[in-house]
Design a protein around this ligand. Structure first.
Ligand SMILES: NC(=O)c1ccc[n+]([C@@H]2O[C@H](COP(=O)([O-])OP(=O)(O)OC[C@H]3O[C@@H](n4cnc5c(N)ncnc54)[C@H](OP(=O)(O)O)[C@@H]3O)[C@@H](O)[C@H]2O)c1
Length: 276
């Protein structure tokens, strides 16, 4: 049986580009909430000769994720999960963003832990916002609740987010949720290691995707500080995901890889008033 790669958020952007690349030697399962988007992606990639299937799945719903994992397992040995599903500040409320980005990552790691093959890898997609959002607002002390009690974790973290003025809450929720993704992937490395599997996170900077387009107005201000003065192309992050998930990266786990065109390296932080 051909090896299976599951890609959450595979109907567009980075996920779709990754499906195209990983589809060269894997059976691909993409998921997302919009069936139309998934159908279009499946039609396009099947025409390119890729063995691809779609599952409607909301990663913030644990039962939906269980169904996705069961479907993937039926298709063959699951060796890679690229968890690219996410919501940005312009896409929803602070609560929705936290549920998709943070709770969704908990569901994906916990559920696929049960089905991932020996030698397999999960890549949780974070964001350079995790590096740029001021550390002082990160409720790191609450993160450990997510391991045993995701419900209490969500309740407490939303209480913290709701202390901020309404107009900045979605942005704060995004920064915290992506900082949490890095933490969660790191702390999960030992658990996955016991199964001879890996888990790591990748933090993209600004990329040319539908999400990147929505955030363009703010994101454009960052480009001049980057070492590489443009948005990233989706193929550039897809090939990083593919490498990280491959056996060639067999010793790589429990880390975050920042792929941001050198913005964070510049030391300039457009999220701060004085830029530093
Ligand atoms: N583009 C950037 O500049 C940038 C920068 C930093 C980090 N990122 C991160 O990179 C990842 C990929 O984003 P992208 O840029 O490729 O954006 P994108 O094209 O908007 O892709 C995100 C995908 O996630 C899916 N999704 C959203 N909520 C979901 C849910 N609850 N359950 C399942 N699927 C869901 C969306 O499909 P449906 O709406 O149909 O569900 C969509 O296909 C995200 O995690 C994002 O936060 C992107």
């Amino acid at each position: 049986m051909k090896k299976v790669c599951v890609i959450t958020g595979g109907g567009s952007g980075m996920g779709l580009a990754t499906a195209r690349l990983m589809g060269k030697d894997h059976t691909i399962i993409i998921c997302g909430r919009s069936v139309n988007k998934l159908e279009n992606a499946v039609n396009d990639l099947r025409n390119e000769g890729i063995d691809i299937y779609a599952v409607a799945c909301d990663v913030s719903d644990s039962i939906s994720v269980e169904k996705l994992a069961a479907y993937a397992k039926e298709k063959g040995p699951v060796v890679a999960v690229i968890h690219a599903a996410g919501m940005s500040p312009h896409m929803g409320s602070a609560k929705q963003i936290m549920e998709v980005n943070a709770l969704g990552t908990i569901h994906i790691n916990n559920t696929f832990y049960k089905v991932i093959e020996k030698g397999g890898c999960i890549i949780d997609v974070s964001s350079m916002s995790a590096y740029l959002t001021p550390k002082i607002i990160m409720p790191v002390g609450l993160y450990k609740l997510s391991v045993n009690d995701p419900e209490l974790f969500m309740k407490k973290i939303m209480k913290r987010v709701n202390l901020f003025p309404k107009k900045v809450r979605a942005g704060v929720a995004y920064g915290i949720s992506k900082h949490f993704v890095i933490w969660f992937a790191k702390q999960d490395a030992a658990r996955f290691g016991n199964k001879d599997a890996r888990v790591l996170s990748v933090s993209p900077g600004n990329f040319e995707t539908p999400m990147g387009e929505l955030e363009k107005e703010e994101a454009d201000a960052y480009t001049k500080y980057c070492a590489i003065k443009r948005f990233g192309h989706v193929e550039e992050i897809a090939s990083l995901f593919a490498y990280c998930a491959s056996g060639s990266a067999g010793y790589l786990t429990g880390v975050d890889i920042l792929c941001d065109g050198g913005l964070v390296a510049s030391g300039v932080n457009p999220l701060k008033k004085n830029g530093r």
